[in-house]
Structures are given as structure tokens and as C-alpha cells.
Design a protein around this ligand. Structure first.
Ligand code: ZN
Length: 157
């Protein structure tokens, strides 16, 4: 188990486009394992490789639906509907804001064995997929926040 350091807003690496993963190897498998460890350590529901300083198109997600999703080279191929809810990010500690996302997405990606699969998601999982795919393009949710970015200890009702 290895917890990696999470890069936070202001770090240029978070603005960079991640590169496609061409092959799976030991190092990349280790990275994926560390990404889960790091995400759980900080009570996150998703993490992109760029958040631990690696510019590869790898995302891990666990929205407590009983699955641990690994999305390599993900591509959102369908999206519909909309949902507006509170969003936060481990790279923007102590903050949250309201963000509108599609309510339904279909994503095409590769798994840890570089096998292609498609995943359909709704609600929180769809939100997590959109948020993490944005990271791979160097985008942060703070640019999508409606109204103000708020401190987690601030009343927002
Ligand atoms: Zn994030």
C-alpha cells in the first residue's frame, strides 16, 4: 500500500493533457493500486492520474456502489439529461461548489488488462466519470461552478 502525494490547485500539472496508455505493465498496475489507496485515504470517490503527478489517461472511481472502476483512455460517447449537485475535488481541498453535469453518460474505456469495455452510468457515477475525464484534459470543476466556490465548513443551505 502506497499513498501518493495529491497535487493541488495551482500546480501546473493539473492543467496538462494526459497521454493515452499504450500498454499495461507492472509500473502502471502499481500506479492504479496506489491511486485507489490514495483516494480511500482521503475519502475521495474518484481520482485521476494527473492528481498524483502522472500524465496518463487513468481514472479510478468508487462511489460506493460495490464496484471499483478503473477507466483507462476513457471517452464519453453518449450523454443525456442533467443534474445539478454539490461537487468537490481532492485537488481543491476544503472546498465545494454546485456543478451541472449530464445525468446519464456512456463511457468507452479500457480495463487493467487493456480490454475495451463500455459503461453506462447515472447520477453520482455519471458525475464522477465527467469530473475525472475533465482532469485528463487538464480541466478542474472550479471553472464549472455555478455561483461561488464555498468552504466546506460554510453554511450553504
Ligand atoms: Zn477532482
Amino acid at each position: 500500500m502506497a499513498i501518493r502525494q495529491i497535487r493541488t490547485i495551482g500546480d501546473d500539472i493539473l492543467k496538462k493533457q494526459c497521454k493515452r496508455v499504450k500498454e499495461m505493465n507492472r509500473r502502471t498496475r502499481q500506479l492504479i493500486e496506489d491511486m485507489f489507496d490514495t483516494m480511500y485515504e482521503h475519502n475521495g470517490v474518484g481520482l485521476a492520474a494527473s492528481q498524483v503527478g502522472i500524465l496518463k489517461q487513468i481514472v479510478v472511481i468508487d462511489v460506493e456502489d460495490g464496484n471499483q472502476y478503473v477507466l483507462i483512455n476513457p471517452e464519453i460517447i453518449e450523454q443525456s439529461g442533467s443534474q445539478t449537485d454539490r461537487e468537490g475535488c481532492l485537488s481543491v481541498p476544503g472546498k465545494h461548489g454546485m456543478v451541472t453535469r449530464p445525468n446519464h453518460v456512456k463511457v468507452r474505456a479500457m480495463d487493467e488488462d487493456m480490454k475495451e469495455f463500455e459503461l453506462e452510468a447515472e447520477e453520482m457515477l455519471a458525475r464522477a466519470i465527467c469530473h475525472e475525464c475533465d482532469h485528463l484534459r487538464g480541466e478542474l470543476y472550479v471553472d464549472l461552478v455555478e455561483g461561488e466556490l464555498m468552504d466546506n465548513d460554510e453554511e450553504d443551505e
